[in-house]
Design a protein around this ligand. Structure first.
Ligand SMILES: [Zn+2]
Length: 299
C-alpha cells in the first residue's frame, strides 16, 4: 500500500470505519462486552447496538483509537508513515509531514506515534529454528567512547535472529549468562541446528548442550567458513545497525521506559519488510489492541 493508495482508498471517515469493522470483526460485528452479534443503528455515525446488554458503541470503542479526537484519515496516514519508515520516524517529523510546520502539536503527534507503536507487537511468536544468530548491543546513555562493554548508563539490547528468518529484540537487565539463557529458552527451539554468537564468555554456559559456534570479533574476525557453513553474526548485526540508525537519526534519545516499545516497533516492521500487507496488518493490530491512555504513557 502506497501513500497515494491510502489517500485515495480512505478519503472519508466512513471508508476508514468500514475497513476497521472488517479488520476488527472478520465474522461480522459483535458486542465487545458479551460477544453476541449486534445490529448497526441507522445513524450517520456508524453506531452499533447490543440488545443483550443495552450497549451502544462504535468500531473504535475500547481500542487504541479510543477517545481520539483525531480524524481517522490522519491516523491512517500516520500509520502508513510509521510502516514505511525502516529506521523509524520521530514525532517531530510526523507532525511536520501531517500537520505542517506551524500546525498541530508535538504532544498530539507524540501520543499518536506511541499508540501506533504499542499496537506493533506480536502476541504469539514462534520459536526460532535452524541457524540462529544471537548478539548483544548497548544503546543510550551519556558516556561516549568509554570502550567498555555495557558502559554505565547504557541499556542492554539482546538480538536473536533466525538466519533468513525472523528477528527478536529484547531490552535486557544485563548480558550475564543467566539472562542470556532465559532468552534462549524462551525463543529458540531445542532442536535448533546451531547458535552463532561472538566470544562473550557468558554465552558458553548460556547455550548449554545446544551446538554453538563463535566468531572472534575481538580478533577482527566477522566471517569464517567451516565446511561451507558461514560462521557470522552479521545478519543480527544488520538489524542492530538499523536500530542504531533509528535511535541516532530519528528518535535521538529514548528513555529506558519506552525502549521496549521502540524495539517492538523495529522488530514488527523488520519481520514484515517483504510483506505487501504491512499496512493492513498494522491496522488490524491497532483495532484489536487495548486502550493506551496518555497518563499510562507518561507516568
Ligand atoms: Zn453485549
Amino acid at each position: 500500500m502506497t501513500l497515494i493508495d491510502v489517500i485515495n482508498l480512505f478519503d472519508t471517515d466512513e471508508k476508514c470505519r468500514e475497513i476497521l469493522v472488517r479488520l476488527r470483526w472478520p465474522n461480522g460485528p459483535e458486542c465487545p462486552r458479551c460477544k453476541m452479534p449486534v445490529i448497526e443503528l441507522e445513524t450517520d455515525k456508524q453506531l452499533f447496538y447490543c440488545k443483550q446488554c443495552d450497549y451502544q458503541f462504535t468500531v473504535t470503542a475500547g481500542t487504541i483509537f479510543n477517545d481520539s479526537h483525531l480524524p481517522l484519515q490522519k491516523w491512517f496516514l500516520a500509520t502508513l508513515l510509521l510502516c514505511e519508515a525502516k529506521k523509524g520516524m520521530s514525532a517531530h517529523q510526523l507532525k511536520r509531514t501531517i500537520w505542517g510546520l506551524h500546525k498541530g502539536s508535538y504532544k498530539t503527534a507524540w501520543y499518536l506515534c506511541h499508540r501506533i507503536r504499542a499496537a506493533m507487537k506480536e502476541a504469539d511468536r514462534p520459536m526460532l529454528d535452524c541457524t540462529v544468530e544471537m548478539d548483544e548491543t548497548y544503546v543510550g546513555g551519556r558516556k561516549k567512547g568509554s570502550g567498555l562493554r555495557g558502559g554505565a548508563g547504557k541499556e542492554v539490547v539482546i538480538g536473536i535472529r533466525q538466519r533468513n528468518g525472523d528477528l527478536r529484540f529484547f531490552h535486557a537487565e544485563d548480558a550475564k549468562s543467566g539472562t542470556l539463557e532465559k532468552y534462549i529458552e524462551e525463543n529458540i527451539s531445542t532442536d535448533v541446528d546451531v547458535i552463532v554468537t561472538d566470544t562473550l564468555h557468558a554465552y558458553q554456559s548460556a547455550v548449554g548442550d545446544i551446538p554453538h559456534k563463535t566468531v572472534r570479533h575481538t580478533d577482527q574476525e566477522y566471517v569464517r567458513y567451516e565446511d561451507g557453513f558461514c560462521v557470522t553474526t552479521n545478519t543480527v548485526e544488520s538489524a542492530f545497525s538499523l536500530l542504531k540508525r533509528g535511535i541516532i537519526g530519528s528518535w535521538h534519545k529514548i528513555s529506558a521506559k519506552h525502549l521496549p516499545a521502540y524495539l517492538a516497533e523495529m522488530e514488527f516492521r523488520f519481520n514484515r519488510r517483504k510483506s505487501s500487507s504491512l499496512f493492513l496488518d498494522t491496522l488490524r493490530h491497532m483495532i484489536t489492541a487495548p486502550v493506551l491512555t496518555f497518563e499510562k504513557l507518561t507516568t
